[in-house]
Design a binder for this molecule. Structure first.
Ligand code: SF4
Length: 142
């Protein structure tokens, strides 16, 4: 767990995706949210811990609302959170965000271009909006 974890913290969980620019964008967008844009409301968690069945990671996804950020339609983060018994309130796919940036040159698996950072910021803003919506809904349900 990379952040303060309160009962109303939303977990933002990116896929590993280390060989694709989509994976890098998903991770950077997640850090933008958990480190800066919504640091008081969100935290992140290492997907590999879930995949290997780490008890603390499994308990975290079962007790918090989760937003997954996957590089592509294989949806590794979403599937593994669900396999661990977690509730994915919103599943975001980086590849879908590219539809609004046709022809963009986002960079490589290890370095983003200016266009890549623009896409990353858009995804981060989307995650912040989804988090705010979830907190509103959870607040209304209390
Ligand atoms: S969702 Fe796609 S990019 Fe992410 S780890 Fe799975 S295969 Fe790789």
């Amino acid at each position: 767990m990379e952040n303060r974890e309160g009962s109303r913290t939303t977990l933002i969980i990116p896929c590993s995706g280390i060989d694709k620019v989509h994976g890098l964008i998903g991770r950077e967008a997640t850090y933008m949210v958990t480190d800066d844009l919504a640091s008081e409301k969100t935290a992140t968690l290492c997907l590999a811990l879930l995949v290997k069945g780490d008890a603390d990671a499994v308990a975290s996804v079962q007790s918090h609302t989760c937003i997954t950020v996957d590089g592509c339609a294989k949806a590794c983060a979403q599937k593994n959170v669900e396999l661990a018994g977690g509730r994915v309130a919103k599943a975001i796919q980086v590849a879908e965000a590219f539809r609004d940036f046709r022809g963009a040159k986002p960079g490589t698996a290890t370095a983003l271009t200016d266009e890549g950072w623009t896409i990353t910021r858009e995804i981060a803003k989307n995650i912040v909006c989804e988090t705010a919506l979830l907190h509103e809904q959870e607040g209304a349900a209390l």
